[in-house]
Design a protein around this ligand. Structure first.
Ligand SMILES: [Zn+2]
Length: 91
């Protein structure tokens, strides 16, 4: 006899249609493919901002170092001038 649901040719002693039995079984969940995902633009922006902050900090340090070196140079010149004046007036 044939299955009344799907028309599958069942054996004479089959109480259950093989095809419907298989279809009725719970299908295993398809495992979603783990695709490499590009980081969202917000995260990328945050990385850029952090990098920019680091660059700014380095530039600020460089500026500070430059200012300090010019100040120390000025101080050295003043001291040298003072020393010259001291030598001149000591005579
Ligand atoms: Zn069937």
């Amino acid at each position: 006899m044939n299955c009344p649901k799907c028309g599958y040719a069942m054996g004479p002693f089959d109480v259950e249609c093989e095809r419907c039995k298989r279809m009725g079984e719970p299908q295993p969940e398809p495992i979603p493919e783990l695709l490499p995902q590009a980081p969202p633009p917000v995260e990328r922006e945050a990385v850029d901002r952090a990098y920019q902050t680091e660059v700014d900090a380095l530039q600020a340090q460089a500026n500070l170092a430059g200012q300090l070196s010019s100040v120390s140079c000025l101080v050295g010149l003043l001291m040298l001038g003072g020393l010259v004046l001291l030598i001149l007036f000591a005579r």
